[in-house]
Ligand binder design. Sequence first.
Ligand SMILES: *Cc1c(COP(=O)(O)O)cnc(C)c1O
Length: 349
Amino acid sequence: MKNIETLVRKNILNLKPYTSARDIYQDGIFLDANENSFGSFIESDIVDLNRYPDPHQKELRKALSELINISSDKFFFGVGSDEIIDLSIRIFCEPGKSNVIIPTPTYGMYQVACAINDVEVKSVKLDDSFDLDLEKTLNAIDSNTKMIFLCSPNNPTGNLLSIERIKSLAKSFEGIIFLDEAYIDFAEEYSFINQISDFNNVIISRTFSKAWGLAGVRCGYCIADEVIVNLLFKVKAPYTINKLTSNAIRKAIQISERKNLFVKNIIEERKKLIIELSKLNFVKKIFPSAANFLLVEMSNAKFVFDYLNDKKIRVRLRSDDERLKDCLRITIGTPEENDLLIKALMELN
Ligand SMILES: *Cc1c(COP(=O)(O)O)cnc(C)c1O
């Protein structure tokens, strides 16, 4: 186990957090927060929209703790996992001094969040199977390296990272590993969640935006050691998770079998899409995917991209890495959407 507090920026460690009215009292006659005591402006089945939400996310943390059997003290909810990425960088990285390692190609937001916080990024390449290259990553660590961002299943390549390599990195590295499991619902048995109690320097981040189908709600969460969770609570704005969000997420958790059904259907469609895409002459390679998208290498990806756009079919052209320069990232759609995609591509064949 690492001593997390020695990793925290001094100003954050010494920070006296803002104390909101609902930090102090959760019941009584509320004349302490300048809310509108007369009531809420809009009709809603959620009570007391005129009142601030719970800054401690108690009900949400309890609901999720029951669903995934991990102590509620280890959960923190953010306005999308993007908020958790940003807060983590702010807690651990000194602007203009610290650096962060990002094995690439991966999700672009890590780099942007570092740039916003004036934190240097050291990119190292993932290996030939887009798995973690332990040697390269370890070699890139210096005394100012505070965090390493990993993504498994990785966006945009779709593959899982080896749990053994993540463990090994987490053991050797004195800083924080931010492990983004945004797509883990599609490969649940490969989650790092079963290892989390052995590694207090790993933050596992997840989201309701993908498998759960709640991207519009903007809610993500992380699972981490209580020390890290407390730091996240210390630096977040007082009322990030609103009552509408909290209500929607708690309802979703109650009917979580629906998410499992989504996952099952998406994986079936993924199989179908792989079969159909591999019939096309211009498709050179379909990368193995443990997510709800496929990375597909083509003989002329830009041409196919433009062709699909003309038909108002939007896919993602990934060109930020040499190895992806002829690749498209295609999200698995509904059966009808996928049929339209295949039909369009067959016509091009
Ligand atoms: C989509 C995505 C996210 C974004 O999650 P939000 O909770 O919607 O902010 C995070 N990480 C990865 C790898 C993603 O692909």
